[in-house]
Design a protein around this ligand. Sequence first.
Ligand code: NAD
Ligand code: LMR
Length: 331
Amino acid sequence: MKAVVLGAAGGIGQPLSLLLKSNPLITELSLYDIVNAPGVAVDLSHIATPAKVEGYLPADDGLKKTLTGANIVVIPAGIPRKPGMTRDDLFKINAGIVRDLATGIAEHAPKAFVLVISNPVNSTVPIVAEVFKNKGVFDPKRLFGVTTLDVVRASTFVSEIIGDRGLATSVTVPVVGGHSGITIVPILSQSSHPLPASLTGDARAALINRIQFGGDEVVKAKDGAGSATLSMAFAGAEFAGKVLRAAKGETGIVAPTYVNLAADSTGAKALSGIIGDLEYFSAPVELGPEGVKKINGLGSLDDSEKKLVEAALGDLKTNIEKGVSFVGSSK
Ligand code: NAD
Ligand code: LMR
């Protein structure tokens, strides 16, 4: 398996590349950035794991060399937030970065699984899809917006509330919708571990708010030095590992991820009762050898969760349209 990281010298890119270098399923790791990727690659290449590591800059067909033969491409390239910014404020710069990298993937690795981390994810995933459609190579089963950090945060915060951090690795809570503010919808009623009976009203609302705005907590604490990098690298490596394991034939792997709903028309039809005609949504997805095997429904939601899903739909629609029309207008 050849894995690629685009934006590999950045705050996420470096620790993510380190974690991918530690994944025994990866035999080749190819790193790309506009700065420092060869240095990061040489550093990682001394680690005693099987993956062969190479690093490229844009010069001398670097993107083509990076991508040729790739099975999986992870994209954390682009600028992060500073305090006071929304993820949508990043669109101006990151949309063009993602469009250009997607063009390279469509040309040099059109069959690779593509995992988009760059924000705003709600819009950058549609950007990748539109580029691929224009090149005639779009396969919705192979494109994923990485929302795993929201799932990781939910596990962490819920284990804290239960009062047993030892549970952090086993608690699972589906988080659906999208990846920004109120489009992040934690389904606490489906927590794998029961929440304390006292967690009602304001306390429950505070937990939901913390999961939805966990990114802001990090941006604030970093005070101008960027956003989540280490926890994102953990989450990105976790999700990439699941995609790779499913590609190798492991069954029963389900993870929430932001996908184009054309990836599974039956699943999409079932979802449409609650999300209408949205083209993209993060739902629990069963992964398989071709990527998306099945988009699962949202299960039973309580009334407050139905309201949270409804509240997410407007922003999602606007974010998706923004990504789609960006590619349309840059043709
Ligand atoms: P960073 O600035 O530390 O790193 C970004 C890297 O991208 C830099 O090394 C930069 O040189 C590189 N880059 C810029 N333009 C490029 C191009 N055209 N080609 C290749 N590389 C390019 O930022 P970061 O903290 O690593 O965050 C990266 C992105 O990930 C941001 O958009 C951030 O908002 C997003 N993010 C997403 C999630 C998520 O849950 N999906 C979580 C955290 C951060
Ligand atoms: C996060 O959720 O931490 C990321 O999307 C980065 C951010 O801007 O908050």
